[in-house]
Design a binder for this molecule. Sequence first.
Ligand SMILES: [Zn+2]
Length: 277
Amino acid sequence: MIELPESYTLAKQINENLLGKRVTAVTAAASPHKFAWYYGDPADYASRLIDREITSAIGLGIFVEICLSHTRLLFSDGVNLRWHPKAGPIPKKHQLLLAFDDGSSLSATIAMYGGIQCWEEGNDFDNPYYKIAKEKPSPLTDDFDKNYFNQLLSPEEVQKLSLKAALATEQRIPGLGNGSLQDILWKAKLNPRQKTNTLTKEETNRLYISIKETFFEMAHSGGRSTEKDLFGEPGGYQVVMCAANKEKPCPECGNLIQKESYMGGSVYTCPGCQPLA
Ligand SMILES: [Zn+2]
């Protein structure tokens, strides 16, 4: 799933490799998918995209936005984006395929669910999560500072929540999902079930620092090792708290890493580093 480290990485790789490429052919919704969400009729995508050039890309939380002349193309968290240089194989099933004037192509494939939105300037995509991702400060920026973080946690309805619910739902922090959450909490030595209103000042500070440092490291290492980049390669940040390390010793303390289901997803914790007080 695309979370902040991946949207940052994908946008960076698009900016490094795809700028100036002109779209020459578009295949949209060729493989029917129950949980693929388009903006408007995908049959109209060709007319919006053909002959447009890629001018930039930006990572916005769980979204990757590609700017083309007068057109925007947005991919959300469940989309696998791959660039295929001339000789590269193209996935058999895809939900969007763009061919470029240099013979390369970009495919977007949805596994479980995902959104592919294309619109022309002036007819902008109206979606609450997209708006949040554009308006709220990214943890990778200086605007996401200690004060801002304290304010984010201060409303009563947030204080009542567990850390997992407070940090990784509702896009309170754009791009912080259940995947990134695991190492963030492990490094902060906090349990996902701990209630936000029980955090001491020191724990809140540790959490803030972990969000900043872990995201910085994940983003600048090319994303998480559990996800793939624009070239289909795993990210360079080695995730500790993930399925591959279940029942393996924690690198900090040697206790075995536990997997549990919690709030509609798996959480990985170290009983030594993250006891539930
Ligand atoms: Zn540990």
